[in-house]
Design a protein. Structure first.
Length: 293
């Protein structure tokens, strides 16, 4: 853990590591590097209860740590209640916010403060703050950067929500003849989402699940006299997973965050390694090789 006065992020002593906090931590660090703000901090809102300030980047004291923010109270609470960014130029004398948190704000020496909500599917899931220790207006560039940082956290939470949904599908697939196709579709989507996950541990867990799904169809099978297949690169498997789920090259590019030409290149490379000539043959060969479910 970094020292409180440094550029690193501090968490409450003894607090459990919340995996979603990885994205908030990364966003706060990016915000400070991009704007030069002396301090950025924030937290995520649990399903019930108050938001707690759990991530501090550039704090000089521990005054803000674990501070509970109720909807409607203070600047962050106002941002939660209105579901939009809010700012004050001098926190202590601001007239349009309540002042339950003045002591903590003063102890940290904050004057000009910006609060941006993290909103996912119209629900506030957290708040990201940036602040100055002088009573100066927060410029438009800093404001835009704070909003962009919050949007990055939002997108990360959307990905996490989708990963959880897909993992649930793989653990308890629906009964019936279409169950295996549902699992295959989930595998394809999980492979596409994996590169977008900041949290290394979650990404590795997800890829492990993908590996189990690919092996669930049975051991790798090769025909008589066939030589062992050359190992496919992870992105080649990602592209084949999308193709197996019925995606066009353009759709696969959208899902994987690649250019269509790049997808075509990966597909051609995979087909060459698999010794196939068509997309369908490549998918069948990848399944026989235990690379796809």
């Amino acid at each position: 853990m970094a020292e409180e006065g440094g550029a690193g992020t501090a968490r409450p002593a003894g607090a459990p590591e919340v995996t979603e906090a990885v994205e908030m931590r990364a966003a706060l660090g990016w915000l400070r590097r991009t704007t030069g703000l002396p301090i950025a901090f924030g937290g995520l809102l649990p399903e019930s209860g108050h938001l707690r300030i759990a991530e501090l980047n550039g704090a000089a004291t521990g005054a803000l740590r674990t501070l509970a923010i109720a909807s409607g109270n203070g600047l962050g609470g106002k941002s939660i209640a209105l579901s939009r960014p809010c700012a004050v130029t001098d926190y202590a004398v601001a007239r349009h916010i309540s002042h339950e948190y003045d002591a903590a704000v003063a102890a940290e020496g904050l004057r000009s403060v910006l609060a941006v909500p993290v909103v996912v599917r119209r629900k506030v899931r957290g708040v990201l703050y940036g602040a100055l220790r002088s009573a100066l207006p927060i410029g438009e560039r800093t404001f835009d950067a704070a909003v962009a940082a919050a949007r990055d956290v939002e997108q990360a939470l959307v990905v996490r929500d989708e990963v959880r949904r897909l993992l649930a599908v793989t653990r308890e697939p629906a009964a019936g003849p279409d169950a295996w196709e549902e699992v295959r579709a989930a595998h394809s989507e999980l492979r596409a989402l994996a590169p977008r996950i900041v949290d290394t541990a979650l990404r590795e867990e997800l890829l492990t699940v993908c590996g189990r799904l690919a092996g669930a169809a049975g051991p790798a099978r090769t025909g008589p006299g066939q030589r062992p297949l050359a190992a496919l690169a992870p992105r080649e498997v990602d592209v084949l997973a999308c193709v197996a789920a019925g995606s066009t090259n353009a759709k696969a590019a959208e899902l994987l965050g690649l250019r269509p030409e790049t997808v075509k290149g990966y597909l051609r490379s995979a087909m060459r390694k698999l010794g196939t000539h068509t997309r369908l043959e490549a998918v069948v060969a990848a399944r026989r090789a235990g690379l796809l479910p």
